[in-house]
Ligand binder design. Structure first.
Ligand SMILES: [Zn+2]
Ligand SMILES: [Zn+2]
Length: 258
């Protein structure tokens, strides 16, 4: 059984917990760790997990809303840490005993009963990766922090049973926001973040009968509204808008089966 929950989502921090259970043992991977230690541990506890029970931490890219306390946790509890070489170089942090493994696009990473397949996305980071996660039976797509959806991204997520999908901003709200022009260009650019329309298009391309869970994530608090996200995705999913789950900065609040 594979399940996941978002512990934090958005520009103030991102962390997603994935858990596989084979009947006797659990494997737990934390994807991104963009919170301070106390907050992160409190949110793990709320989901019944203590920090030493984490088998690995995977960092998708070097932006601070994704890295947070990852190095400290890894060093303190000897939790395996995975990231791309580009992300590691960009962090420019002292290694000091953290059990680090560098990974690259397309290279499978096995952690207990969970297999991760990282893939490259267009984002303004050194070597950003997003993930397809599977326990061999079901698969979960994690897709945030990308400026546009490429055929390569879609090919890496085809057939997934659950999807955490970035719906960062609404184009009109971004345009009218008080952000300085350079920031509007960055967020809305081809290596920034997905807007609601782009997310809906991606969902349309990925839709199949066994994709049963879609959760909107990485919503901008200033340049988006949950109601706009729900309207955009419900049109593709063919459900009522209020049936589309979304993450707040506090995450998704519950476990979701894959
Ligand atoms: Zn981010
Ligand atoms: Zn980012």
């Amino acid at each position: 059984m594979l399940r996941f929950c978002s512990l934090a989502s958005g520009s103030s921090g991102n962390a997603t917990l994935i858990e596989a259970w084979d009947g006797t043992t659990s494997t737990r991977v934390l994807v991104d760790c963009g919170l301070g230690i106390r907050q992160l541990e409190a949110r793990l506890q709320r989901h019944g997990v203590s920090t030493p029970q984490l088998d690995a931490i995977f960092i998708t890219h070097e932006h601070s809303d994704h890295v947070g306390c990852a190095l400290t946790l890894s060093q303190r509890h000897q939790i395996k840490l995975f990231m791309s070489a580009g992300t590691w170089r960009a962090l420019d942090a002292p290694l000091a005993g953290a059990p680090l493994t560098l990974v690259r696009d397309g290279e499978l990473v096995g952690i207990g009963d969970i297999q991760l397949r990282p893939f490259t996305v267009p984002h303004d980071a050194q070597e950003p990766l997003q993930l397809n996660c599977t326990d061999g039976a079901r698969s979960l797509g994690l897709l945030t922090d990308l400026g546009h959806v490429t055929p390569y991204v879609l090919s890496n997520l085809s057939g997934c049973n659950a999807l955490l999908l970035e719906c960062n901003h609404d184009l009109d709200l971004l345009e009218r926001s008080s952000y300085p022009a350079f920031l509007k260009r960055r967020v809305g650019g081809s290596h920034g973040h997905l807007n609601n329309g782009q997310a809906a298009q991606a969902l349309q391309a990925l839709l199949h009968k066994d994709l049963h869970t879609v959760i909107a994530g990485h919503l901008s608090e200033r340049n988006n509204r949950p109601s706009l996200v729900q309207a955009a995705l419900s049109e593709i999913l063919g459900c009522a808008p209020d049936e589309v789950p979304f993450c707040t900065p506090m995450g998704s609040g519950e476990w979701h089966s894959v």
